[in-house]
Write a protein that binds this ligand. Sequence first.
Ligand code: ADP
Ligand code: ZN
Length: 210
Amino acid sequence: MKNIVIYGAPAAGKGSICEKLVEKYKYNHISTGNLFRNLDDSTEFNRKIHETIAKGNLVDDETTSKLVQNHLETLDNNPIVLDGFPRNLNQAKILDTFFDNYIVINIEVSEMVALERALGRVTCSKCGKIYNKYSESMKPLKEGICDVCGGDLVGRSDDNEESFKTRYNIYMNNVESLLNYYSEKNLLFIINSDQKSPNEIFEEIEKVIK
Ligand code: ADP
Ligand code: ZN
């Protein structure tokens, strides 16, 4: 299995794909968003990060890349999927100083579909499983309750329309330079996700990682 950098607009569905990679192929999932969200509120530094995320802005490149680098050092030999990093060209260049041997998968999605996915997204507060209120195939069996562990389902601080717009604009400002960088290196695979179920998307992913 190949190491993966998974890229795409906010709420494109990267997290759900990563869940499946972990379950089926034992990937090590590094999500910078999750790592940031899981920081406690004990220091001013961490509180600032939580504020930045809630507004939909990017955390600075140095903090983010250090976090990824430190995390990479703790992993076993299973393949890795990097989710949420890099998000701009500078981060991509930094990544190349400490991680190699990967492919990049770009999950394409239209802005409307991404917004709908963001506004419908809820996550289990106990086990982290992702659900979507507006999707037949991703709805929990019982509203507000995790199918797997019974935990409460909660929305994210940044999954409101205003933060989504900020995140989407940041994405639009960076997507071209980032994808050019990777296509010139011949590392880029593109998968469109608009009209597809999570399972159909995953089948396409499986074709490129083997
Ligand atoms: P999504 O699933 O919508 O793409 P993530 O969970 O990946 O969102 O990220 C949530 C937030 O965490 C981002 O909006 C940003 O504030 C912060 N973050 C995540 N990755 C990075 C990164 N590579 N650089 C800077 N900030 C980041
Ligand atoms: Zn759960």
